[in-house]
Design a protein around this ligand. Sequence first.
Ligand code: GDP
Ligand code: MN
Length: 398
Amino acid sequence: MDLYEYQARQLLAEQGIDTPKGIFAQNSHEVAEAADEIGYPCVVKAQVRIGHRGQAGGVKLAKTQDEAILSSEQILPMTIRGHKVNGVLVAEAKNVLHEYYVSISLDRSSRDFDVLATANGGTEVEEIAKEHPESVKRLHISALQDFDMDAARSMAESIGFYHADVDQAADVLLKMWKCFKDNDATLVEINPLAKIGDSDDESSKKLCALDAKISLDDNAAFRHDGWKRFADTTHTDMFEEHAKEHGLHYVHLKGEVGVIGNGAGLVMSSLDAVSGAGEEQGTGVKPANFLDIGGGASAEVMSTSLSIVLSDPQVESVFVNVYGSITACDQVAQGILEALKKLNISKPIVVRFDGNAAAKGLKILEDAHNPNIHVSATMEEAAQEAARLAKHTKETTK
Ligand code: GDP
Ligand code: MN
């Protein structure tokens, strides 16, 4: 899960990393209040899970309340490279003397952690790194060892924190590492890590995180109360929330055919098959969702999956595509029947089984003699049938 900047700053602040005061706001009234509280000048920053907001016009300086409101009116309706802006962060504007870049990330290939740092931070960091790769310093932290003050100091020295003292930079690096570990992150990036203050007053100068990007490892959510405090209340999809509560991998789409399968690859190709069938039949019928029941799914998982998919009123038919491996098709068949018993299902369910216990599963379905259950021999046939039935149900129940 990628955090918004305002949430990432919160995690850095919890470790004692200096970050300017900021308030999250979602409309011009909230922006006006926030800006008065922060004081002027302030920066109004798009909260969106993508970088390079500055270059896209998503970061603006405001010297008065009117300017802050005007900036937010420009930023709030923006979509930055496909990401809808979720709100703005109104933050204290700082006098920037220099911009560094520092990040800690999980390196899956070497099974350790990468610390990257350069004295040429800021919005052009990628371009400068390409032209001057030698200016970017990299250090590995072994998963079995720790990153200590000595390592952090030598890192800070090697990248030349010439505007700040090395001790302060090493302190920030160590706190970033603690933030990374404590939160089960896969990325903690600060760009810019800015040297701020008054250029004539040495004692006013310090390092401060003006922007932060943090990604958390979804597999560790259970250790952090499901990261409820970062739940995105503005863009939540009811069905996706419900599926998440049951630990299911579900993505809500816009079509009419519910799709349930085991394994992401199989579900993806089932979506393609449904779209293809809708196109071929000239109806434009499309998949309503992606739902992967995963490996070793029980009858209960299947039954829950069906109830979630069918709770979407857009769904006119369901395509269940299971290639039995650890997941046995007879279990899936039991789950379908359980769901049919529990829910008052009037929509057709097209089933295609193959692999482990496929024959047994089909026999269970056959013996149930339920007119809403349709069986197809191949994935293509099943997709065609599900698309056809979706169109039919829609027309007959209108
Ligand atoms: P990004 O473009 O998404 O990486 O957004 P940033 O938060 O990094 O902002 C882009 C740039 O705006 C930074 O590199 C800074 O140069 C500038 N910026 C952001 N906050 C401040 C601030 O408080 N004071 C000043 N002077 N510049 C800022
Ligand atoms: Mn940035």
